[in-house]
Design a binder for this molecule. Structure first.
Ligand SMILES: [Zn+2]
Length: 309
């Protein structure tokens, strides 16, 4: 790379400016200089980081805005984060309202990975009273919908860095094949179960449940944080008892003692993790654990809770 830059400088000195474009585009691909600067991608939180990294391979730099191990629901960007996003070529987001701060952060380009996905809206229960429909944002937990998110990332990278478009297409195709395998594995693992209903820690598994013919209940609403009233807890305990559920699910990034409380009140109750994969620890990341591996752990724990063969 250094050599080609030296060569170009030499050409620029030796020829009149008007000829430079001809020599430049004729001699080498127009992206040669741009290629020295890898496309800088900032992904909002973990699944977007993992999907973007798989598509980018080694040819674009991907970082995660929300640090590893931090719950992203109530996360707010710092001034440093704003600077980082503004200097990046693109900000990859989940969309569907998950990143409430996105409009004010000033990204050069926003890649909304769920923009093209048509999902059923439901009426917001406590909102501003306008009664507008909202979509549950936990779209990445359905591997079939996640493929659309991967495709949106591929298209954005190909547009920003056309010289590497084929490379990004290959990466996206191979990751999409992994998502297809995951989808097939989930279908087969959950094909013969005693139960079809489960109690998640927060309302993150609706799209997943719909995809696989299950029914999700949740202790918390759309975010895993905030107060749970005793009446709500009592409802969950009664629901678990009436469904004959013994496994209550907790999460990896939040204090999930509430799950223990519920489990303590039901026959044979115990707690397993059902991760919404909203962030993973640095240790997991270092061990090469990503979205696919976390989904497989989820499936193993769901099999126990649902009593699958
Ligand atoms: Zn969530």
């Amino acid at each position: 790379m250094r050599q080609s830059r030296v060569a170009l400088v030499a050409i620029a000195v030796a020829i009149p400016l008007g000829m430079l474009a001809t020599v430049y585009t004729g001699g080498r691909p127009a992206g040669t200089i741009a290629a020295e600067h890898k496309v800088q991608v900032v992904a909002s939180f973990y699944p977007l980081y993992d999907f973007s990294s798989h598509v980018a391979g080694g040819r674009a730099d991907v970082t995660s805005l929300v640090p590893p191990g931090i719950e992203p629901h109530d996360w707010e960007p710092t001034l440093g984060d704003v600077t980082r996003v503004r200097s990046a070529d693109m900000l990859v987001i989940n969309g569907a309202g998950f990143e409430a701060w996105v409009d004010s952060i000033g990204a050069k380009k926003i890649v909304n990975t769920t923009e093209e996905i048509e999902l059923e809206e439901y009426e917001e229960k406590e909102g501003d009273g306008h009664g507008h429909g909202v979509v549950n944002p936990h779209i990445w937990l359905d591997p079939v919908l996640a493929k659309h998110q991967v495709e949106a990332i591929r298209a954005a990278l190909a547009q920003a860095d056309p010289d590497n478009a084929d490379y990004y297409s290959e990466n996206a195709a191979s990751y999409t094949a992994e998502l297809d395998s995951l989808d097939a594995l989930i279908r087969s693992e959950l094909s013969s179960c005693d139960k079809s209903e489960f109690i998640a820690f927060h309302d993150a598994f609706g799209h997943f449940a719909e995809r696989y013919g299950l029914k999700q209940h949740a202790i918390h609403g759309v975010s895993p944080e905030g107060e749970i009233l005793p009446q709500r807890l009592q409802q969950v305990i009664e629901l678990a008892r009436s469904l004959g559920i013994s496994v209550i699910y907790s999460e990896d990034l939040v204090d999930s003692r509430l799950a223990e409380v519920v489990a303590g009140e039901i026959p044979g109750g115990r707690v397993l993790v059902l991760s919404p994969i909203e962030g993973i620890s640095s240790n997991e990341r270092a061990a090469g654990i990503g979205y696919i591996e976390k989904m497989m752990e989820n499936v193993a724990n769901l099999k126990e809770g649902l009593g699958c063969a």
